[in-house]
Ligand binder design. Sequence first.
Ligand SMILES: [Zn+2]
Length: 226
Amino acid sequence: MSGQLLVRSGPDREPRSSHLRVRLLLEPEGGGEASALDFVDQRTFGHLSVQDLVPTPDGAPGGLGTELAAVPEPVAHIARDLLDPALRRDDVVAAIRRRRTGVKRALLDQTVVSGVGNIYADEALWRARLHYARATDTLRRPEAHRLLDAAAEVMGEALVQGGTSFDALYVNVNGQSGYFSRSLAVYGQEGEPCPRCGTAVRRDEFMNRSSYTCPRCQPRPRNGRW
Ligand SMILES: [Zn+2]
């Protein structure tokens, strides 16, 4: 939940954290200096394990940087990441529209599409002008595409800025915090003006967390699924 994978090389390789749990030494093929991949975990909620690989359900490569069409068995049921080049966008749209749930629940469902968390879901819904409780079975195909486009866009922008860090534990492999939190339109902005229309942003309880919307840009649906 809050651990980090940190890459260290050169003089930077000395262990610095008392929370270092596992260190893997990565030696380049054909020689050269090894880098360390450190698994640092302050709250000890995380774990590392060695798992068998199984074929990917769609036959496409298991991840970036490999042609191997295989993934670790425990994650084989998880859908492809929204930014995965092998993701079939039409299949995701069809899967969303087949559900009988609210659109944000579908977006957060890792068996539909993975990688979209609570923050980016709220930002994507705001960009696509959709309320989180909109019933997925009433969603038109272009609306679902618009939402996925918005989510990919917001995640792409967040990656460029190093992600969204709310505390010092959320860092990239170089140990740096992201600053996308400064670019958030609605998430965490309760009472602040919507950047598009100026209406005060609203916060609702949602799945033990929060959903942030602009009441004007994202009106509540009449037959929503909460
Ligand atoms: Zn607005």
